[in-house]
Design a protein around this ligand. Structure first.
Ligand code: FHN
Length: 486
């Protein structure tokens, strides 16, 4: 791969403004407010792997589609020579993608500017391992940025720190093919571009990484830089801190996730120690049981089927019920839901994804106010089959949303611990007021014979201020029964 003469690290550091402003908690909250209010975003994994679609040489390759080069152990030169000439997304319609997200109730889009294979979706000045080397040639990020601007959706960019296509990603001498090396991350991966580099230089790679990120910040002004691929030894805490500060100086409004540094607890996504950089936690394919501590921002990223990047044979789609209830569960815990789509190599979002987005949009059209601009539930435990979120106005007036998954047979929704009767109780999507009564430390809502939405109906309770609540302790976790000793 041609790497143009890299901007020496010193020159890049001169480009950044002087020192990083010491942000107060209030200033950070103001910077993050749009993220908290959004609650729901679209993740897009799109690249050369989308064209491979989970197959290589006509045979299926296991596991997630965007890792096909790794699971297929496809040497960088072969991966490049096969896929570059094939990647020609002539059906790409950025406006249609952004409208699909917006109409689903999504407020931001995070697209892979570069995934682990190192291929760039824009025409980077620092490499020819990018869209300009394909038959399509044109920048894929620019139309999306313009469509996001047009429809009021925030453009955000995923960027992999790990780069299988760069000869300087990696640590220790890798040596020529077959040479002994102690670096497992190099030794096992003979298919990576760094394997033939006797001495990968992480300072050179970091200058390249910063140079490409400067291109992205300057040209597309992302709301979030969503880092990933930080786990290998080649990337250190020191480099993570330096990169976070470099980017925050480049754009003080930028939000950066916790995968820029080394501090996330694996797929649980929680930042393990305040020394690690990153503005929010990133649970992956899971929803924290009770959310993170109050005041800790987080976002669960999840697939709609089993893969992030498109695979022609992955039909294991989650139902709209699962997706809507995930969104409600996450919002009730004060988090964001980043739900993935994996477009095809031709540039189309798969029909099953569009169908699910449309179903979520229909639900959000009636109930979206119980998700957007809300904060977590006021209740430590939920005494009904559902969840709750909260909306507080500047005056202190408080609307408590009750998400009901299944109507209680009694026809009465009992909210244990709510010690005040609301000024008003309504069913979203209906003008009929509901009757609320107080008894024995609970507020009871009389429900209509049928609820409007079989997946999740939402009741809104209005109070002049945040209502008095007596928290009901969570039931003890079921004892882990020791397996019988034979
Ligand atoms: O390795 C990546 C994977 O391909 C995908 O991008 C997910 C999405 O968050 N992140 C990493 C796995 O944790």
């Amino acid at each position: 791969m041609k790497i143009s003469t890299l901007i020496p690290a010193i020159a890049l550091s001169l480009l950044a403004p002087s020192t990083l402003h010491a942000e107060t908690p209030a200033e950070k909250e103001a910077r993050m407010q749009w993220f908290h209010d959004a609650r729901f975003g679209m993740f897009i994994h799109w690249g050369l792997y989308s064209e491979a679609a989970g197959e290589w040489n006509g045979k299926p390759v296991a596991d997630i589609g965007e890792w096909i080069q790794s699971y297929g152990k496809i040497p960088h030169a072969e991966y490049r020579s096969v896929l570059l000439p094939r990647f020609n997304p002539v059906k790409y319609d950025a406006d249609a993608w952004v409208l699909a997200a917006k109409n689903a109730g999504m407020k931001y889009i995070v697209i892979t500017s570069k995934h682990h294979d190192g291929f760039a979706l824009w025409d980077s000045k620092l490499t020819d391992w990018d869209i300009a080397s394909t038959p399509y040639k044109k920048d894929l990020l620019k139309p999306l940025a313009e469509a996001c601007e047009k429809y009021g959706v925030r453009l955000c960019l995923y960027h992999s720190i790990m780069d299988w296509g760069h000869p300087d990603w990696g640590t220790k001498a890798s040596g020529p093919p077959g040479a002994a090396t102690t670096d497992v991350n190099v030794q096992q991966h003979t298919w990576r571009a760094n394997y033939t580099n006797p001495k990968p230089d992480m300072d050179k790679y970091t200058a390249y990484l910063k140079g490409q990120l400067k291109e992205l910040v300057d040209n597309y002004h992302p709301g979030i830089l969503w880092f990933d691929g930080e786990w290998e030894d080649a990337w250190t805490h020191e480099r993570g801190v330096d990169l976070y500060e470099y980017l925050r100086k480049a754009d003080p409004a930028l939000i950066i996730n916790n995968r820029v540094d080394k501090g996330r607890a694996g797929l649980a996504g929680h930042t393990t120690d305040a020394k690690f950089k990153g503005d929010y936690g990133t649970p992956e394919q899971e929803i924290p049981a009770t959310g993170f501590e109050k005041g800790v921002a987080w976002e669960s990223c999840m697939t709609m089927n089993d893969t992030w990047g498109f695979k022609k044979n992955d039909h294991n789609w989650k139902s709209p019920e699962v997706l809507i209830r995930n969104l409600v569960d996450i919002a009730s815990k004060g988090g964001n839901y980043l739900l993935n789509v994996g477009p095809t190599g031709e540039g189309e979002i798969p029909a099953p994804s569009l169908e699910r987005l449309a179903a979520m949009g229909a639900w959000m059209k009636v109930n979206g106010e119980s998700i957007h601009n809300t904060t977590a539930t006021l209740f430590e435990t939920c005494s009904w089959d559902g969840r709750s979120t909260t909306r507080t106005s500047d005056s202190g007036a408080t609307r408590v949303y009750l998400h009901v998954f299944n109507r209680p047979e009694s026809g009465k929704l009992v909210i244990k611990g709510l010690l005040e009767k609301p000024e008003k109780a309504t069913l979203l999507g209906s003008s009929e007021p509901l009757t609320a009564s107080l008894d024995a430390g609970a507020c009871t809502i009389d429900l209509p014979a049928t609820l409007p939405d079989p997946i999740c109906s939402v009741i809104a309770l209005d109070f002049k201020k945040s209502p008095a609540i007596k928290q009901i302790p969570a039931p003890p976790a079921p004892e882990k029964k020791e397996p019988a000793k034979h």
